[in-house]
Write a protein that binds this ligand. Structure first.
Ligand SMILES: [Zn+2]
Length: 217
């Protein structure tokens, strides 16, 4: 039996032609940017089924980073969607999801690393590029190192909870052109790894580019 999951979506009123940031991040590449308080930031899944592994930081203190644990507990829900307020480990709101045409995003599955690839998929994956390396490379100029890498958001990634409480990596719910948009609740840094994973369906077995748009308040 195949069940079709219909999730509520919220469109944005912001227009691409008014954006002060408009960049495309290639499959497997990364991004680091600063979003001023009140500004908006959109991630567009250009081809569909692409996981955008994302971390948020207090721009003035990168040790005050996104906390999946605090966010899930305070919103009393395991998935992220429009209305989710993403909290830091100090309990400060970093961003709020203001628009979402995909409907559900994961923050339980974590980011891929060369080490986890070896454990899950075998030694032949040891030298495949992974999100953790992208986070370290793009985070370095902002003082973000291994110590500052916490649990991340996987925008557009579908990691359904099983009835017995397990996690499963499933085929994506996203599609070409779907997007998620956040509003910064303070000055934040956004660190993205446009996931290069080839060994599970998180990218539909074929990593593709994402487009990033930004607006000031
Ligand atoms: Zn990854």
């Amino acid at each position: 039996m195949t069940a079709t999951l219909t999730l509520p979506t919220v469109e944005s009123a912001l227009r691409a032609e008014d954006a002060v940031l408009d960049v495309t991040v290639a499959a497997g590449d990364g991004f680091l940017g600063r979003v001023p308080a009140g500004g908006s930031f959109r991630i567009v899944d250009l081809h569909g089924n692409q996981a955008a592994d994302t971390l948020f930081y207090d721009a003035d203190d990168v040790t005050n980073r996104y906390s999946a644990m605090d966010t899930i507990r305070e919103q009393r829900a395991a998935y992220l969607t429009a209305g989710s307020r993403l909290l830091s480990q100090d309990g400060d709101p970093l961003v709020t999801i203001t628009a979402d045409t995909c409907g559900r995003h994961d923050t339980l599955g974590g980011a891929c690393a060369q080490e986890s690839n070896v454990v899950r998929y075998g030694m032949h994956t040891r030298h495949q590029h992974a999100c953790r390396e992208t986070f370290l490379r793009y985070g370095a100029p902002a003082g973000i190192g291994a110590r500052e890498l916490g649990h991340n958001v996987n925008f557009f990634m579908n990691v359904p909870l099983t009835p017995d409480g397990g996690l499963s990596f499933a085929d994506g719910l996203s599609a070409p052109g779907r997007y998620v948009e956040v509003r910064a609740e303070r000055d934040v840094l956004v660190l993205i790894s446009n996931c290069p994973q080839l060994n599970n369906p998180c990218n539909g077995w074929d990593p593709t580019p994402i487009r990033l748009l930004g607006w000031t308040a």
